[in-house]
Design a protein around this ligand. Structure first.
Ligand code: AMP
Ligand code: MN
Ligand code: MN
Ligand code: MN
Length: 280
């Protein structure tokens, strides 16, 4: 039985908006005492093979994963696909669509930023020169590098967040479609950071019941460094909607203290963990 402390099912690499290459991420995971690691880049599985090779060399288990953006009632919702088959053609075609949506969205955001007087073309070029699939994190980093804001959070607060001049409404596929794509690839769909969406508790309940109805099987009960109260609230939701539990740091950068790789609290009792693998 693997200890909870040795499991991290939500991490990013340079294939999306993380700053470590998959090999470096896996090496760091080993140093953090992790025995089971999922690489879950935003809308891409391009880093999974490198991570799998590194994990094989270092003797830890690599869970092939992805964090797919979906739309539910005009909100972006992140769904983790865990234990997906990286060779699934149907999943790959969904991810190809996501990549095109991300590139197009970035062009639209930068065009909007140009209208506010920011150098949209230069910002777009900076994002496009990054190795990973473009995310708003890359753009936030470019805004910091260009001296337009001090920190990445400020970029979201001033320009990129909802209602701000660089905001573009999400056009991701519907939640149910994303869950189906994950299941068709043999994976478990787990809703990432369920308390991070701006929803009333009634709306959150409808989201989770539609997610379960569509074939979603788990929620992240422990995310990042959120405390026991957060875990208990998520555990209550898992029980209420008949969902299992996953845990993950949402690690992006070694220098950020809020999402240290693998330093996670214990899962509350009475809920079923996902890490026994996909349902039969
Ligand atoms: P995207 O999927 O392109 O919309 O980008 C979302 C990513 O931006 C998330 O996965 C986070 O890594 C990052 N992000 C979102 N909101 C913030 C914020 N307020 N401050 C810093 N990073 C953020
Ligand atoms: Mn991210
Ligand atoms: Mn997320
Ligand atoms: Mn994430």
């Amino acid at each position: 039985m693997i200890l909870d402390a040795g499991i991290d099912l939500h991490t990013h690499s340079t294939f999306s908006d993380g700053s470590l290459a998959p090999t470096d991420l896996v090496e760091r995971a080993v140093l953090a005492g992790i025995g089971m690691l999922a690489l879950t880049d935003h809308d891409t599985i391009a880093g999974v093979e490198e991570a799998r090779l590194a994990a094989g060399r270092l003797g830890i288990r690599l869970v092939p994963g992805v964090e797919i953006s979906a739309t539910w009632r005009h909100q972006s919702i992140h769904v983790l696909g865990l234990w997906i088959d990286p060779a699934s053609q149907r999943l790959q075609s969904v991810l190809d669509g996501q990549a095109e949506r991300r590139r197009e969205r970035m062009r639209r955001i930068c065009a909007k930023l140009s209208r506010t007087g920011l150098p949209g073309d230069a910002l777009l070029a900076a994002v496009e020169s990054c190795p990973g699939l473009p995310t708003r994190s890359h753009l936030a980093a470019a805004l910091v590098a260009g001296g337009h804001v001090k920190r990445e959070e400020d970029a979201f607060r001033k320009f990129l967040g909802a209602g701000k001049p660089g905001h573009v409404a999400p056009e991701w596929p519907p939640l149910a479609e994303v869950v189906t794509a994950i299941r068709n690839a043999g994976g478990i769909a787990s809703m990432a950071h369920p308390l991070r969406y701006r929803l009333s508790s009634g709306a959150r309940g409808r989201l989770l019941s539609e997610f379960a109805e569509a074939g979603g099987s788990a929620i992240e009960v422990i995310t990042g460094v959120n405390g026991a109260q957060h875990a208990h609230a998520c555990a209550a939701l898992a029980r209420k909607f008949g969902l299992r539990a996953s845990i993950g740091s949402d690690f992006h950068h070694p220098q950020l203290a809020w999402n240290p790789l693998g330093r996670l609290a214990k899962l509350p009792g009475g809920i079923e963990p996902v890490w026994r693998g996909p349902e039969p």
